[in-house]
Design a protein around this ligand. Structure first.
Ligand SMILES: Nc1ncnc2c1ncn2[C@@H]1O[C@H](COP(=O)(O)OP(=O)(O)OP(=O)(O)O)[C@@H](O)[C@H]1O
Length: 314
């Protein structure tokens, strides 16, 4: 396939990209520049504007204002060219349950206008890549949720697009199935530009070269996971397990620190300039007995909390 020459190293650029629903700005004039071969994550809670952004970039939704280019093609002026260079694995997988994995891939190849021999070759590669070889000839309605998601990603890859959108690829899966998908996405790194939306912080941390944190339609921070975590230097988490921890003590701590969460037999406290001695004294003076504690490194969760004062809902 021949693509237009891009003048810079970016496969995706957005220019004040905006989507309004009545008075609400679902996406509020965002400007992004995503490099070729990058895994770029849009991280944000429910309703932040991730899917709306992806749908505009995939030409499934018209922007209210602003625009974007994908591989040099403008999403407003040249949507048919954009559709040639992208594919999407949507939140709701669009697989045919009564067909086998192999048949689903062959069908998708046909829809994309691929020749039969080429589709066969790609389907074989993708079945291997996504770890589906042993069950390739089984009806996919018998697959687990994780296997269905892997097939959905394989189907998005059949046309070998340079740009791949993965909208919440592991939503609702258990940690083991999620990790299996991460392993397969890692194999695609640097070969494709991947835009991954997620509200799982560990997912963005594990996979993304760069992360944009989106909240209420605005990009509120952007950088590598490491940069974002370094930016909140000073923000610390302490986990304390204690006996006889009273609700009065917990309420008191909630008034003193940014975030206090009850966990099994203990509490997790997050704060900037966290004073460990003060916390220990306070808990002991309430009559509780500290059994165990640990200090934790900042996470992307802390970045979100530090920027918005709110916790991501997991
Ligand atoms: N068709 C629509 N009509 C009106 N409002 C909408 C429509 N689609 C989305 N919205 C609103 O736009 C905002 C952004 O929604 P969007 O689905 O992009 O968020 P998201 O970050 O993808 O969330 P989720 O993780 O739940 O998918 C939300 O407040 C949502 O209610």
């Amino acid at each position: 396939m021949n693509y237009v020459t891009i003048e810079n190293n970016y496969s995706i650029q957005t220019f004040d990209l905006t989507k309004k629903y009545k008075d609400q700005n679902a996406v509020n004039g965002i400007n992004l520049a995503i490099k070729r071969g990058e895994v770029f994550s849009l991280l944000g809670p429910n309703g932040a504007g991730k899917t709306t952004t992806i749908q505009m970039l995939c030409c499934l939704l018209k922007p209210t204002a602003g625009t974007a280019t994908i591989m040099g093609y403008d999403i407003k002026k040249n949507p048919s060219a954009v559709k040639e260079v992208i594919d999407i694995s949507p939140q709701e997988t669009a697989i045919a349950g009564h067909l086998t994995a192999w048949e689903n891939l062959m069908l998708m190849g046909g829809i994309n206008g691929l020749k039969k021999e080429e589709t066969k070759k790609r389907a074989k590669e993708l079945i291997e890549l996504m770890g589906l070889a042993e069950r390739a000839n089984e009806q996919v309605q018998n697959f687990s949720g994780g296997m269905q998601r892997r097939l959905s990603i394989a189907m998005a890859l059949i046309s070998d697009p340079p740009v791949l959108f993965l909208d919440e690829p592991t939503l609702g899966l258990d940690p083991q199935a999620r990790r299996a998908i991460w392993k397969h996405i890692e194999h695609l790194k640097e070969k494709k530009t991947i835009i991954l939306t997620t509200h799982y912080l560990e997912e963005a941390d594990a996979l993304a070269d760069r992360v944009a944190i989106i909240s209420e339609g605005n990009i509120i921070a952007i950088g590598t996971p490491k940069e974002l975590k370094n930016d909140i230097y000073g923000m610390r988490t302490v986990v304390i397990k204690a006996q006889k921890l009273s609700s009065t003590c917990i309420e008191g701590l909630k008034e003193m620190y940014l975030s206090v969460r009850e966990i099994d037999d203990g509490i997790e406290i997050k704060a900037r300039e966290l004073n460990f001695d003060e916390i220990v004294d306070y808990i002991r003076s309430s009559g509780a007995k500290i059994e165990w504690f640990s200090m934790e490194e900042p996470s992307l969760d802390d970045v979100f909390l530090s920027l918005t004062g709110k916790e991501m809902i997991k």
